[in-house]
Design a protein around this ligand. Sequence first.
Ligand code: CP
Ligand code: NVA
Length: 330
Amino acid sequence: MGELTGRDFLKEVDFTPDEWGHLVELTGALKSARREGREEQRLRGMNFALIFEKSSTRTRAAFEVGARQQGAHTTYLDPSGAHIGSKESAADTALVLERMYDGIEFRGNSQDTVEALAEHASIPVWNGLTDEWHPTQALCDAFTMVESAGRPARDLSFAYLGDARYNTGNSMLTMGTMMGMDVRMVAPPEFAPSPARVELAREIAASTGARITITDDIEAGVAGVDFVHTDVWVSMGEPHGVWAERCRILAPYRVTAQVMGLAASEAKFMHCLPAFHDLETSTARLVHDLTGMRELEVSDEVFTSEASIVFDQAENRLHSIKAVMVATAS
Ligand code: CP
Ligand code: NVA
């Protein structure tokens, strides 16, 4: 689908459901080609700038490795080593980088920044996560669900539990709707998707046939679903001071074996990662000191269970991000 050449990848709704479906298919084609040793390099000789205002393991790794496997080179720019935002506007940065690069990835707080980069740069700009959207994660998750179930997206259901009003929640709601899925957003009222996001999803559902449920009722929301998703309860950039209250409100939404028992018998557990399922990290230990909780959004039992496909999902960040780069830059 050559018509994606030159396009930006800023949020799901910038694409039609057909274009989005093409990106999901391309993810699978690139994964198979890699596995079977017949990958063709379509980005040879290109250079991509990767701007990270926030930390990353998977997204950065996927852009760097994916670009390299396709024959392109990358430059990692973080706030301590670049001027964007402090001494140089997004617009000026875009006008500089387009003289040297063939694509720009941006991860940071504000969706406005990635939109401004895209407005001013004549090369593709890719959103690696903002507070509002996480579209490369959504593409990965769309592909992972279809791959795992071996059934078309319109026959699949998922429940997303926890903080449903932030980047991953927004992207899951929108992606699932564009794919025509049975989408259940399961969260307490204060962490439910905003009315604007729900209205947008309902508009899209009118043409894709997606079914949308927004509920705080865990039993009703999870009943019979094929996939149970969650994300961290406090996202990057949020103040440390919100942890205690957030944990108190979201504790009932932890994905436990009991919650998985409400889903379909073959249901899988998914998480964009990183996950708080044990006390092996400094942040988890700090939260434990504050709240006494040893596991947060997912129990260690579920995270390490046979039903958990989180590392397949993490691998698919590579293939899906590669699809975004190939579709738009080649
Ligand atoms: N899921 C995800 O975006 O991971 P990183 O923060 O490690 O990039
Ligand atoms: N909601 C999380 C996603 C991490 C991949 C965050 O923004 O920190």
